[in-house]
Design a protein around this ligand. Structure first.
Ligand code: ADP
Ligand code: MG
Length: 621
């Protein structure tokens, strides 16, 4: 007779319901999906055994789509309907298309002000739709492997992705019907895959050079907690750029101008890439393209790509400086991305850090594997106590204050999630509304920073200037998305905004903004000081003019005249002077000259306030 099974007290009678969550590396060039099975992350392959899915979608005339290798094969005969590298466009603005457009052989639709859409025979397609196709293909692959529905996914993004780019990635997942458990920075995922949480304390640099992006992250591991100390990189630099450099080299050999059609362009790039990849193992690669035969050597490759590698190393230097870490303090260097297979890349990175980098896991797979491990924790299949993840924001977030200045609320490289509040007050008597302008950047003046959002706090009860208490709270969630709340503390009026910034800040712009903030630091300080004095001067001119209009009768004619002249001089200086110290001196002088007038006015207002009250009544207040 069969034995009946009885469950333990407290345990559910149902067998344990395991949830299924995967990690997805949504790459510019290749995408992957990985799943944890018996504690080990495995990347999932398609029927033919490939786990790398080329991030390419082909839109056919008959209304069907193909994704991956099949799509990539259509790139040469049907380039305008074969969309690849759209991650470069994800969350970008039309303005970025001009710089990227030369590299991407598509026709862009330029009429809607948002993310650039690509014109195909099947209508205009947004980069979000293309990404959704790729994500759906991977999700289906996973659903076949688990023979069930997917409960969620961790999707990786370059550490440098800004708010808009992260939001666009989430939108693509939603469109694909995938629940996003977390967006995870790619380098962080790689560190997880390497299980670098074994050590007690260590500092790890993750160097990720893929097809389209370069990321450097400096991670700090402390008792099982990963913290991203700093990130840097360039979202427009990768193996594709190596390919273009080689293609240009070939063009020079053949003596071709720039007038290649898209098909020839693709053929040229395909041979360039094949030669580059062959040179990872060989010293010399044959070339046979556009009717030209030749050879390309490792030495020639090295010469072509050296400047680009140097540029990545400069970014490493900056990231270390941001992290406050000396190169000798780095305990581990991890290589990620297909382009780190190129021998010169690994060699130069090793030289720079003074130690051989880790590369024993497949640099193409590590990101998806790490994401799968994190997904397993987040879906609740495994205790997450031992793997807490912290990331940082790449640029400071601030608010516009009087005089076009920015007050930083959350500083760059602050770990997220984070919430910070600051109190502000009104500038004018009876002010009932306040304009909140949310900005991103390192510079001191609003004009030099990027505007993320504007909103208004209304219905503030009228009070004298400076009496209202407006608390502005900036909150950045674990995915790096910002929400801002403004609240008047006396009346409790509140206004809130989810910041979904207009698509459009390119990586190079972030780098430029950072560079500018270093090179302009001194100018900015002076400009800030001047603005502060100008605001002060305006306040003094306004106050004194109003006071003279009302109470000049308290002064003798000559005293009043003197003050009027002082105010007029201050007004002229405010307009003409560009030196904050001079302006400050004049403000002080006018302040002194008007002291006795202020005292007279104070006395008289106290007298009128006291009129009709006994002293006892006043005391009781
Ligand atoms: P992404 O993260 O941008 O999707 P990957 O990490 O998949 O990119 O890397 C793709 C890049 O790696 C391409 O530029 C490809 O040419 C390059 N690559 C792949 N294999 C090799 C190799 N054996 N040698 C050199 N480069 C390679
Ligand atoms: Mg990658």
């Amino acid at each position: 007779m069969a034995l009946l099974q009885i469950s333990e007290p407290g345990a559910t009678p149902q067998p344990h319901q395991r949830k299924h969550a995967v990690g997805i590396d949504l790459g510019t060039t290749n995408s992957l999906v990985a799943l944890v099975r018996s504690g080990t992350p495995e990347t999932l392959a398609d029927e033919s055994g490939d786990s790398l899915l080329p991030s390419v979608v082909h839109y056919a005339a008959d209304g069907s789509n193909s994704v991956g290798l099949l799509a990539a094969q259509r790139a040469i005969d049907d380039p305008l309907n074969t969309l690849s590298s759209v991650k470069r466009l994800l969350g970008r603005g039309l303005a970025d298309v001009d710089s990227l457009g030369a590299q991407l052989p598509y026709e862009f639709e330029r009429d809607d002000g948002g993310m650039p859409k690509i014109r195909t025979r099947r209508g205009t397609i947004s980069p979000i739709q293309v990404s959704a196709e790729i994500l759906r293909t991977l999700a289906e692959r996973a659903e076949r492997a688990i023979d069930g529905m997917l409960d969620g996914a961790v999707i990786t993004v370059p550490a440098y992705f800004d708010d808009a780019q992260r939001q666009a990635t989430k939108d693509a997942a939603t469109l694909a019907g995938i629940k996003v458990l977390r967006l995870l920075n790619e380098p962080t995922a790689a560190a997880i895959a390497y299980g670098l949480d074994g050590a007690d304390e260590s500092t790890i640099a993750v160097y990720d050079l893929g097809g389209g992006t370069f990321d450097i992250s400096v991670l700090r591991l402390s008792r099982g907690v990963f913290q991203v100390l700093a990130t840097g990189g360039d979202s427009a630099l990768g193996g594709d750029d190596f390919d273009r450099a080689i293609a240009d080299w070939i063009r020079r050999q053949i003596g071709l101008g720039d007038s290649l059609d898209p098909k020839q362009q693709r053929q040229l790039l395909a041979s360039a890439r094949a030669a580059k990849e062959a040179l990872t193992d060989a010293e010399c690669a044959p070339l046979d393209v556009l009717g030209w035969r030749g050879e390309f050597s490792r030495e020639q490759l090295d010469a072509e790509i050296m400047p680009m590698i140097d540029s990545t190393l400069r970014a490493c230097k900056r990231a270390l400086r941001d992290a406050g870490v000396a190169v000798t303090q780095v305990d581990d260097v991890v290589l990620v991305g297909g382009s780190t297979r190129t021998p010169l890349v690994a060699a130069r990175v090793g030289e720079f850090f003074g130690r051989p980098p880790r590369a024993n896991l497949d640099p193409d797979l590590v990101v998806a594997q790490g994401a799968a491990l994190q997904a397993e924790v987040l879906i609740g299949n495994q205790s997450g106590d031992d793997l807490l993840l912290l990331d940082v924001i790449p640029l400071s977030l601030g608010i516009e204050t009087m005089g076009g200045l920015i007050e930083k609320i959350i500083h760059r490289n602050t770990t997220i999630p984070v919430s910070k509040a600051q109190e502000f007050t009104t500038f004018k008597d009876g002010q009932t509304a306040m304009a909140i302008h949310v900005l991103q950047g390192e510079r001191e003046l609003v004009d030099d920073c990027r505007s993320l959002a504007r909103f208004e706090l209304r219905d503030i009860p009228p009070m004298v200037a400076g009496a209202a208490k407006i608390q502005v709270t900036y909150q950045v969630d674990a995915d790096g998305l910002l929400s801002v709340t403004a609240r008047e503390l006396v009346s409790e009026v509140e206004s809130r905004i989810e910041v979904k910034p207009s698509y459009g800040l390119a990586e190079t712009e972030i780098t430029q903004m950072l560079k500018d903030s270093y090179s302009h630091a001194r100018d900015d300080m002076a400009a800030r000081a001047l603005r502060e004095q100008q605001v002060e001067a305006d306040r003094m001119i306004g106050d004194l003019t109003a006071a003279l209009d009302r109470d000049a009768h308290m002064l003798s004619n000559s005293q009043a005249q003197c003050l009027r002249v002082a105010v007029a001089e201050l007004r002229d200086l405010r307009r003409a002077c560009s030196e904050h110290r001079t302006l400050a001196q004049q403000i002080q002088a006018v302040g002194k000259a008007s002291e006795s007038f202020a005292a007279l006015r104070m006395d008289s207002s106290i007298k009128s306030a006291l009129a009709g009250h006994t002293l006892d009544e006043i005391d009781q207040d």
